[in-house]
Write a protein that binds this ligand. Structure first.
Ligand code: NAD
Length: 297
């Protein structure tokens, strides 16, 4: 029997724990605050930001939303970040990507105070993760790690294949699985667009994390019997639905489910965990900045 990994349920439990810790912080007079910054009129980015604000409200985190005119000079965004860095009520800062072309993304990521960098994208935090001393683990790979733990998937000694080498998913995922720490100790292979013989690597994997952004790219015939399959992909494909499209993962769910020991669906797998881990990191940031121990799960 294949286990379907229920990301909605694991994320809901985590949000309950987070709401509980928010109350603990309140006893010390601290209310965690997450600032979202949007410099775009892209409807998808607007939706992501409003979802993050709603998530904050649900667990008692203060959501602070700042919009910067997409036509404003880049310096306006950098100064907005400086202002948020200086605010005591803002513990986490998230600049919704992508930013307009005239803004240097690397400057944006470097400008955020590493202690408030709840995405974990500042070079200092990337370095700390690679060095095995992470301050904030990036939300999507951290969410995957929590899902594996919630379903008792053994990573120690496992052969793990991460498909994708992006800075936000593939690379930090590989680093987390590699760490000499709980949820790590795997033997990790990172595959990407220039990898030769991807299929042979997948066939040998106990754990597959698919994050290539290619609809239903990994199918059951490529997988080892009993493998744990984590599908990070979220791809819009044309479909005869009211919206004119449907969301599918990077894994062909039906064929993969026949072979896998455990598998995440799309939607309802990794997505809700990514959202919950942002709240988790914001809570952790507030607890660190005020030096209040809240014993995070
Ligand atoms: P990206 O486009 O930055 O990276 C894709 C990676 O896939 C690249 O490193 C590339 O080398 C690799 N790749 C491309 N073609 C390949 C091939 N033929 N074989 C092997 N590797 C190949 O994407 P990303 O930002 O890492 O996102 C990946 C997917 O995950 C997307 O579908 C995205 O929407 C989704 N995503 C989901 C969540 C979530 O919360 N569930 C979060 C972030 C991203």
């Amino acid at each position: 029997m294949t286990t379907v990994i229920d990301g909605e349920a694991v994320a809901a439990d985590l949000r309950t724990e987070i709401a509980d810790r928010v109350e603990t912080l309140a006893e010390s007079g601290v209310k965690p605050g997450l600032a979202t910054v949007l410099m775009s009129t892209d409807p998808a980015s607007e939706t992501y930001v409003s979802m993050k604000q709603r998530d904050c409200e649900e667990v008692g985190i203060e959501g602070i939303h700042v919009e910067v005119d997409p036509d404003a000079p880049a310096e306006t965004l950098y100064e907005t970040i400086d202002d948020l860095n200086a605010r005591d009520d803002v513990h986490g800062i998230l600049v919704q990507l992508p930013v307009p072309d005239h803004v240097d993304k690397r400057t944006v990521l470097r400008r955020i105070d590493p202690e408030k960098d709840v995405d974990g994208f500042h070079p200092e935090n990337v370095g700390r993760l690679v060095a095995g001393d992470p301050l904030f683990k990036p939300c999507t790979p951290h969410g995957v790690q929590k899902l594996l733990a919630a379903y008792d998937v053994e990573t120690e000694g496992a052969d793990a294949v991460v498909v994708g080498r992006s800075d936000i998913v593939g690379k930090p995922m590989a680093n987390l699985l590699l760490q000499k720490a709980p949820g790590g100790n795997a033997t990790v292979t990172v595959c990407h667009s220039r990898t030769t013989d991807l299929e042979a690597r997948l066939e040998a994997a106990d754990i597959v994390v698919a994050a290539a952004g290619l609809p239903e790219f990994v199918d059951g015939s490529m997988l080892k019997e009993g493998a744990t399959v984590i599908d990070v992909g979220i791809n819009r494909v044309e479909a005869d639905t009211e919206r004119g499209y449907e969301l599918v993962g990077d894994v062909d769910y039906d064929s993969a489910k026949e072979v896998a020991g455990a598998i995440t669906p799309v939607p309802g797998g990794v997505g809700p965990m990514t959202r919950a881990m942002l709240l988790y990191n914001t809570l952790m940031a507030a607890s660190r900045q005020h030096d209040v121990d809240i014993d995070l799960p």
